[in-house]
Design a protein around this ligand. Structure first.
Ligand SMILES: Nc1ncnc2c1ncn2[C@@H]1O[C@H](COP(=O)(O)OP(=O)(O)OP(=O)(O)O)[C@@H](O)[C@H]1O
Length: 248
């Protein structure tokens, strides 16, 4: 089901510190938005607010016109790898199916099994479906987390650092998969420190430093001075140097 995200005038305080203020962000079906900013900029906090896991001081989050907790069924979330209990004794297939059925009263139905199998197939893990999740490599674990999110057939897909600590084939699979999902109408929001992958996959970049500093297509955020000013990215940063050359 399609689901757009609207964040308006969001402010969040954690432990007495205002972490986010005046955040406005819209992600529509087919958008892939990369949230980029320095450590501590509030990227994960923004994802947590979108998931409905923390209460904003002010402002609103709407997913398909509803508050996050009422829109759970439309959400897919890919956490950072270290947040998942990899020592839990289940197979890849069971871990993915469980992501879809954990909140329902009945056992898995045929539609659940089909959606879970399709998600495992999309991330290229069908051959490893019977393997215990604890026996997987870092890249394979990232694929399991993506499959768990996709098994829910989400309208809005949130990913926290999906490219971190994964091998090149998995990065390439992720870029292809996210591009395809966006073409199918999924709204995608991801945090990332990987500027090259962000440029490869994102239709928009949102530069965040406690509030939105800039938001637009990668080609419109080419001015290195903007990044230098907002994030203290070094002038020697290869990507920016390349971008500046292209612009000359
Ligand atoms: N539970 C908490 N209590 C108090 N402060 C917190 C809490 N969680 C996060 N913070 C602070 O909020 C700020 C933003 O943290 P957040 O994890 O959202 O940043 P981030 O942009 O995701 O950073 P990184 O790139 O390092 O993952 C940081 O200064 C962090 O120390």
């Amino acid at each position: 089901m399609r689901a757009d995200l609207e964040v308006s005038a969001l402010a969040v305080t954690l432990g007495g510190n205002q972490v986010l203020h005046d955040v406005d962000l819209a992600v529509g079906p087919g958008d892939t938005v990369g949230l980029i900013g320095p450590n501590g900029a509030g990227k994960t906090t923004l994802l947590r607010a979108v998931l409905g896991l923390l209460a904003p001081d002010t402002g609103t989050v709407h997913i398909g016109g509803r508050p996050p907790r009422a829109a759970r069924s439309r959400l897919g979330y890919v956490p950072q790898k270290h947040e998942f209990a990899w020592d839990f004794p289940i197979t890849v297939a069971a871990a993915v199916l469980n992501a879809r059925t954990a909140t329902q009263w009945t056992g898995p139905r045929r539609a659940d099994r089909e959606a879970a199998a399709a998600a495992v197939e999309r991330v290229g893990l069908t051959d490893l479906a019977a393997r215990p999740i604890g026996a997987l490599s870092g890249g394979q674990r990232q694929r399991v987390l993506v499959a768990r999110a996709l098994a829910r057939e989400p309208g809005l897909l949130l990913l926290d650092e999906p490219f971190t600590g994964v091998d090149v084939p998995t990065q390439e699979l992720l870029v292809g998969l996210l591009t395809q999902l966006a073409e199918e109408g999924t709204a995608i929001l991801m945090t990332t420190h990987d500027l090259a992958q962000a440029r490869a996959v994102c239709t928009r970049l949102c530069l965040l430093n406690r509030t939105v500093v800039a938001d637009g297509p990668p080609s419109e955020l080419d001015d290195p001075s903007l990044w230098l000013r907002a994030f203290g990215v070094a002038e020697s940063e290869l990507l920016l140097t390349g971008t500046a050359r292209e612009a000359e």
